[in-house]
Design a protein around this ligand. Structure first.
Ligand SMILES: [Zn+2]
Ligand SMILES: [Zn+2]
Length: 197
């Protein structure tokens, strides 16, 4: 074992000599090395790409959540001016819902309201009826006229069938008009086409 001692002593002395010179020399050498320089450039490029991608993400996301183009521009500008922090601010402040979802929900609510509030009733016997009924199923009163061509139920004041563009003849609905407007409460009376015009 004795032969090891001189080796160890030798090594420690040479190491001590190197550290006396400049203790950070190996570190400085590493910073100067082409490997590190290349790594630095690559890292810089990645950060730059990430910055651009983050701004693009804000643009894409804001377009789905914000309708106002000015606000979208402000969000993208924030992401560009404050790299990464801007994206964070945007994610905190952005509207929680997509515009499509908001629109869909509004449509659903409107459809639900229509279903709940439809409450159409026969003007003669007050039986609940559906918009497509031509005749009241209880008192058999004629409620609507069927289109001449496509047989779709037509409202009394319609001048043309909205489904097939066939003109609604006056005689189809005239009889119903006279009878039903008399029975309808005043507020519910449909607007009739003016007789003079
Ligand atoms: Zn009825
Ligand atoms: Zn029709």
């Amino acid at each position: 074992m004795a032969w090891l001692i001189p080796l160890l002593v030798d090594e420690t002395t040479t190491a001590a000599a190197a550290t006396d010179d400049n203790p950070f020399q190996p570190v400085l050498d590493f910073f100067d090395s082409p490997t590190f320089q290349a790594g630095l450039k690559l890292g810089g490029f990645l950060v730059f790409a990430l910055w651009l991608a983050s701004a693009f993400f804000v643009f894409k996301d804001a377009r789905r959540r914000v309708a106002d183009p000015v606000l979208i521009a402000v969000a993208v500008a924030t992401a560009l001016v404050f790299p990464f922090v801007g994206v964070l601010i945007y994610t905190i402040l952005r509207p929680p819902e997509y515009l499509d979802d908001v629109r869909e929900r509004e449509l659903e609510i409107r459809a639900m309201e229509r279903r709940l509030g439809s409450d159409q009733r026969c003007p003669y016997c007050r039986t609940e009826i559906e918009a497509s009924y031509l005749v009241c199923p209880i008192c058999t009163s004629k409620l609507k006229a069927a289109c001449r061509r496509c047989k779709a139920p037509l409202e009394q004041h319609w001048k043309v069938c909205p489904y097939c563009e066939t003109e609604a003849r006056g005689d189809e609905t005239a009889g119903i008009e006279a009878a039903s407007t008399a029975a309808l409460p005043r507020a519910r009376r449909p607007r009739l086409p003016s007789q003079s015009g």
